[in-house]
Design a binder for this molecule. Structure first.
Ligand SMILES: Nc1ncnc2c1ncn2[C@@H]1O[C@H](COP(=O)(O)OP(=O)(O)OP(=O)(O)O)[C@@H](O)[C@H]1O
Ligand SMILES: [Mg+2]
Length: 427
């Protein structure tokens, strides 16, 4: 480099980073990190061989655009990284994407895997945090008896992010989202419920205020902004939805890389170490930004013919139309049948599932929860409180168990963040 260097002076604290990917991508990344004194970009690599050679510099962090690798070379090379690694995958179809994610997430150094693009503002915070922790661990390993094993606490774990969706209104999405989120929070998991309703009725039925809401976060799209925009139901954090249909539509159309996008909202919340995030959506394509930012999906359907058909269509939309655009693996799709009334001419659960499978022309995810129709739910909503009928809540327990294992009830009333949830995942 020649001439006067006008960049912010780097301290010995700066995180050393090696960037790898196609030239275009490198330019953007190098500029974003180069302008930030917390990082020192030690080198750039635009071919797999170049990258492998430059790993000998032992950068503390590597950021890799995987599109220049073959899948096999990528995995082999990432195992050789000594620092923390972040990988951006190219757009892949559902199965290939899942496979690539799983292989990468099994590598200890890989802290996060993104698809197509990455929010650099969020990633930078993450990198600084991860490298700081790694530095402490290295010191701990050398000198302290009680230092926990590095791979026990710094294992890459991720927040469970569920979108609750369907292609038909009024099936009980908001009811299910709220009661489920409250149950998971009760079990001690740090949980965030986000309403993307426009106009929002979640705050209304849950007895919360219309403000602050998601627009407050959008005006200040940072972790601090999110904290200020939250309301609470006991230990559950809630972000109320849009005050009107217009603001919702305008905001949900924002591109994923925009600061106030749903993607950025979810990434900000993940950064705040929520163990579970639940997004309640509208029953249209307005749910897509949420789906594309989630790693799980909850389809709430009703036990009628049109209920099967719409739910099966919703499943097909996610699996086929949106393939490669989200990170939801098939085993993270949960189906809930809501409003089961027993003998009132509804489809049986078996019939419902057979019809859904036939409609999608293959296997349909199992029905995780069968939730009864309960007049108390409506009474509670009309009184602006959440239903606490045991009959209703018992129906949701299998779903809560699938997300936040029933054996994880905390003894000390403290919230469980990301690091504690690991053993509680569904097998
Ligand atoms: N299990 C149930 N038993 C009785 N009533 C229920 C049950 N689940 C939901 N309801 C009622 O059905 C109505 C619709 O529920 P909810 O608002 O949760 O649906 P939604 O899918 O979120 O609707 P939208 O598509 O408009 O967002 C509400 O009046 C709610 O109280
Ligand atoms: Mg709703």
């Amino acid at each position: 480099m020649s001439g006067t260097d006008t960049r912010i002076p780097q301290t010995s604290e700066a995180v050393t980073v090696l960037l790898c990917g196609p030239a275009q991508r490198l330019r953007v990344w190098a500029q974003a990190l180069g302008e930030d004194g917390r990082f020192q970009v030690v080198s750039l690599a635009s071919t797999p061989d170049d990258f492998a050679a430059k790993l000998s510099i032992q950068p503390e962090a590597v950021l890799v655009d995987a599109s220049i690798f073959t899948p096999q070379t990528l995995i082999k090379t990432m195992r050789r990284v000594s620092g923390v690694a972040y990988v951006v995958l190219p757009p892949l179809r559902g199965d290939a994407l899942d496979k690539a994610r799983r292989s990468l997430e099994a590598i200890e150094q890989v802290r996060d895997v993104y698809t197509v693009d990455v929010n650099l503002a969020v990633l930078k915070e993450r990198m600084v945090g991860d490298v700081r922790m790694a530095r402490q661990t290295n010191i701990g390993d050398a000198g302290a008896w009680d230092a926990p094993l590095a791979n026990t606490i710094y294992r890459p774990v991720s927040t469970q992010v569920f979108t609750v969706w369907n292609l038909v209104g009024g099936t009980g999405k908001t009811t299910t989202s709220t009661s489920l989120a409250r149950e998971i929070a009760r079990r001690g998991y740090k949980t965030l419920l986000i309403s993307l309703g426009a106009p929002d009725d979640l705050a209304l039925i849950a007895g919360l205020s219309a403000e602050p809401n998601i627009l407050h976060w959008m005006a200040n799209p940072s972790p601090e902004g999110l904290k200020l925009a939250l309301q609470n139901i006991d230990t559950l954090d809630v972000l109320a939805g849009f005050p009107d249909a217009f603001s919702g539509v305008a905001s949900l159309d924002a591109p994923p890389e925009a600061p106030g996008s749903v993607r950025n909202l979810v990434e900000t919340a993940m950064h705040m170490q929520y163990a579970v995030i639940i997004l309640d959506t509208m029953p249209t394509e307005r749910g897509f930004p949420a789906i594309m930012s989630s790693n799980g999906l909850i389809l709430v359907g009703t036990p009628t013919l049109s209920g099967v058909w719409r739910t099966a269509e919703a499943y097909r939309t996610v699996q086929e139309r949106l393939a490669g655009m989200h990170r939801i693996s098939p085993e993270r799709i949960f189906v809930v049948l809501n409003g089961i009334a027993g003998n009132e001419g509804q489809l049986s659960v078996g019939e419902w599932h057979r019809m859904a499978s036939r409609h999608v022309g293959g296997s349909f995810p199992p029905i995780v929860a069968q939730v009864p129709y309960d007049a108390e739910v409506r009474r509670a909503h009309n009184a602006r409180r959440l239903p606490d009928s045991e009959r209703y809540l018992a129906g949701l327990v299998p779903l809560a168990d699938a997300i936040a294992g029933s054996d994880m009830t905390p003894k000390n009333g403290r919230k469980r963040g990301l690091l504690r949830i690991f053993g509680g995942e569904r097998s």
